[in-house]
Ligand binder design. Structure first.
Ligand SMILES: O=C(O)C(=O)C[C@]1(C(=O)O)C=C[C@@H](O)C=C1
Length: 386
């Protein structure tokens, strides 16, 4: 056994390349699986099979004395399975909605390097499409650019696991003719970005978007007398800080974005919650058809009467039809004090006759009901093993 680091690293690189080759072979099998399921019309996801597979792998590693922890094995394979599920979904969705362009214009908030930009990049990559970037100055402008045809899609944050709902986006959904056609989750990893400073205690001004400031509030409290400069996006903050190039100021943003502006990470892992994920929605002018084999979500906009129990009555429709509700949000109606609009996200496909029945019954309990979109759920919940 050699203890020469260069030699050991060469071995590691070789093994990693072999792993990549095997991952690519497994990735290609996802296409065979989905073609087979197209014939049988089986649902893409088979949680029982996933559980069985993970259990077998953990057992196999133990029998072979591989010295790998069960949690390590499950985490890796959950990720591999997620890729397989999403690959299969994209295959079916592209076939069903054949008119998708090769170059897609996506409108998003902020400049290059904003979280919305990074999420847009992921969306285009997932569909193996070339992204044409349209950066916008406000959420409203994202909606407008899709509406006027400049952009094929708009990518907008809807909720974050630390700071909750993004109310402005919910409010804009109340008045749009666009449809939600997709969703994606993007892990948010905030860090302190600087142009030259080495010492955190010398920073007295932080630039960032209000959401980012809120998500890092506990870390900010640990800093002495720091002044906050609110910016319209974290990428604006990064650009400003790079331009000012002063030792006492820093931006809160992400590492990839910071690289684009020549900033470096002074401290990472500063969000209140370690698992900080933003869920983005994708909006377009036309609704998409979603394959019945895919786990699907539908977002509804509903107004009930002002009578006592009106919302509870409406919700009993879901219970009666065994429909899972994944989100309930309410927002005031502009110009109508104390009146509320409800946003209901359910696990359902509007093409399914059962869902149509649910919508028909829901209508009886509401004074306004609109489907904001029916879209493939692109958040693959990992299975656990006991
Ligand atoms: O075996 C299948 O049915 C697959 O689709 C493959 C696979 C996997 O990647 O292992 C992916 C998704 C299913 O939920 C189960 C397993």
């Amino acid at each position: 056994m050699s203890l020469d680091l260069i030699e050991i690293r060469q071995q590691i690189t070789q093994i990693d390349r072999s792993l990549l080759k095997l991952l690519s072979e497994r990735h290609r099998l996802a296409f065979d699986v989905v073609r087979s399921k197209e014939l049988t019309q089986k649902p893409l996801r088979d949680v029982e099979r996933e559980q069985q597979l993970l259990q077998e792998l953990v057992q196999f590693a133990e029998n072979e004395n591989y010295q790998l922890e069960a949690q390590y094995i499950t985490q890796i394979f959950q990720k591999i399975i997620e890729d397989s599920v999403l690959t299969q979904q994209v295959y079916l969705q592209k076939k069903l909605n054949a008119e998708r362009e090769q170059n897609i214009h996506i409108a998003f908030l902020g400049k290059r390097g904003s979280y919305s930009h990074l999420a847009s990049r992921n969306y285009a990559t997932r569909y193996q499409e070339q992204l044409v970037e349209l950066s916008c100055e406000s959420f409203q402008q994202v909606f407008e650019r899709v509406q006027n045809g400049e952009a094929d899609y708009g990518v907008l944050p809807l909720e974050n696991t630390t700071s909750g709902s993004i109310n402005e986006v919910y409010d804009l959904l109340q008045h749009t003719d666009l449809f939600i056609v997709g969703e994606l989750a993007y892990p948010i990893k905030h860090c302190v970005l600087v142009s030259e400073q080495e010492d955190l205690s010398k920073i007295d001004t932080l630039y960032s978007h209000p959401q980012v400031i809120q998500q890092c509030s506990q870390f900010i409290q640990t800093l002495d007398r720091v002044h906050i400069e609110y910016c319209e996006s974290s990428s604006h903050a990064m650009q400003l800080v790079a331009g000012l190039n002063k030792p006492n100021i820093a931006a809160l943003g992400n590492e990839d974005g910071g690289n684009l502006y020549g900033l470096r990470v002074l401290k990472s892992g500063i969000a209140n919650q370690e698992n900080n994920i933003t869920r983005f929605i994708v909006v377009a002018k036309n609704a998409v058809a979603v394959s019945p084999q895919i786990h699907t979500k539908t977002l509804l906009l509903m107004k009930t009467t002002q009578q006592a129990g009106a919302l509870v009555d409406a919700l009993t429709v879901f219970k009666k039809h065994n429909v899972i509700m994944t989100k309930l949000e309410s927002r005031p109606i502009y110009g109508k004090p104390w009146e509320e609009m409800f946003y209901l996200e359910i696990e359902a496909n509007t093409n399914d006759p059962d869902t149509q029945q649910v919508l028909a019954e829901l209508k009886e309990y509401s004074t306004f009901l609109k489907v904001l979109g029916c879209y493939p759920s692109e958040i693959v919940k990992p299975v656990e093993i006991s």
